[in-house]
Design a protein around this ligand. Structure first.
Ligand SMILES: Cc1ncc(COP(=O)(O)O)c(C=O)c1O
Length: 397
């Protein structure tokens, strides 16, 4: 064997840490709501990079903003200095939400870890060091870092990494269980996904969320909504909490925020924010000028009233069609969802449906063993939704 041959690059997967079970598809490019493999075969994308690519692929607006941001020459400045894009984005988020302050970071798990720290910092001022517990709900997914993993109800994700972060517990999705668990002396915060994504696309009940709001408020416990997956237009509302008429004290965002670039955010109300001091938290990259410029553009697009009305209207239609597919095929036990976020419980392993769909040119993903999850880009038209539904029905039949 020649030296050159020995130095030749290994097949690319060999150098990647094998933490992912990847589908047999290489994505080479994207346009609209389709991605293409290196041979040019098209796939209709009902995954959106797991609820990230809300505006689809090759969006002209995002491209123009990136070009403009690049022309400044400053991709990164650090948080030692002021930058206009982060300021403008924070202002836009505050204007559109319950929040009075925003912290930027780089991912969903990081946003939740930040929210936990802010809630604990606030709780320290309210009840002393004993008021530090963070509670999460059965079926929750909040990320894979230490505290966010401790708040994630997936035994297989947790088991190899014990001991998990302390002072974080899981409670049943049940008002009487929460009534017992929400001890005002010991609990700093309760974190909730208004629509549980990874846990099977479970749209939490309005009365349940209202009861949680009432209980947390009266007991001085911070309520955190994790809208990493269900936020920024996916439910047909800019924030999922608007659909319920229940505002949290803190809210976390990530996935679609910067149009496919990594970015997370924590939104805080005035009460929580007033407890935070310089030095309490930090991250090198958070809110850099490139990602913040793109995020401001995405936010303006997805908060447009007509855009959101379209997601609500087509999302409702998608739900009706999925229920009709369930009836016609007899292979679907339940249909759950809202907006452009749907889960169907299938009678076979969900991974079989995902594989069969891939072969037919449709990308879908799972949310648990028997739930197939649909997260189309928010710009997907009714015709494109119908095309995906047709493929899904063929597979299920
Ligand atoms: C609701 C929710 N929270 C947090 C996360 C973690 O986000 P990230 O993968 O960006 O750390 C996810 C990711 O799927 C999520 O769906």
């Amino acid at each position: 064997m020649t030296a050159t041959a020995q130095l030749a690059a290994p097949p690319h997967e060999e150098a990647l840490l094998p933490v992912y079970r990847r589908a047999p598809l290489e994505i080479a490019r994207g346009e609209g709501v389709y991605v293409y493999d290196p041979d040019g075969r098209a796939y209709l994308d009902f995954v959106s990079g797991i609820a990230v690519n809300a505006l689809g692929y090759g969006d002209d607006g995002i491209r123009a903003v990136i070009d403009g941001a690049l022309s400044s020459g400053v991709l990164h400045a650090s948080n030692l200095y002021h930058t206009a894009p982060a300021r403008a984005l924070a202002t836009a988020l505050v204007e559109r939400s319950f929040a009075s302050k925003v912290f930027f970071c780089n991912s969903g798990a990081e946003a939740n870890e930040g929210a936990f720290k802010f809630a604990r910092r606030w709780a320290l001022t309210q009840g002393g060091a004993g008021k530090h517990e963070i509670l999460a709900l059965r079926g929750s997914f909040h990320g894979r870092l230490f505290a966010s993993l401790a708040a994630t109800d997936r035994p297989s994700y947790r088991a190899p990494f014990r001991p998990l972060a302390g002072g974080v517990g899981i409670v049943e999705r049940d008002v009487s269980a929460l009534d017992i668990a929400l001890n005002p002396e010991t609990v700093a915060a309760l974190i909730v996904e208004p629509v549980q994504g990874e846990g099977g696309v479970r749209v939490l009940d309005s009365d349940f969320l209202r009861a949680l709001r009432e209980m947390t408020r009266s007991r001085g416990v911070a309520l955190i909504f994790d809208e990493v997956q269900c936020g920024l237009g996916r439910t047909g509302y800019l924030f999922a909490y608007e659909r319920y008429g229940v505002a949290p004290d803190l809210l976390t965002l990530a996935k679609p925020l910067a149009g496919g670039l990594p970015m997370g955010a924590v939104l805080l109300n005035e009460h929580i924010a007033s407890a935070i001091r310089p030095g309490d938290h930090a991250t090198t990259f958070g809110g850099g000028p490139l990602v913040a410029s793109v995020a401001l553009h995405v936010l303006e697009r997805v908060s447009d009233a007509a855009f959101l009305a379209g997601v609500r209207e087509r999302g409702q239609w998608l739900g009706q069609q999925l229920r009709a597919v369930a009836t016609r095929t007899g292979r679907v036990r339940a249909v759950r969802g809202v907006g452009y976020m749907w889960g169907i419980d299938v009678t076979m392993p969900a991974s079989e449906v995902v594989s069969a769909a891939l072969e037919e040119g449709l990308l879908v993903c799972t949310a648990g063993e028997h739930t197939v999850r649909l997260l189309p880009p928010l710009v997907t038209t009714r015709e494109e939704l119908a095309q995906g539904l047709g493929i899904l029905e063929r597979i299920l039949s």
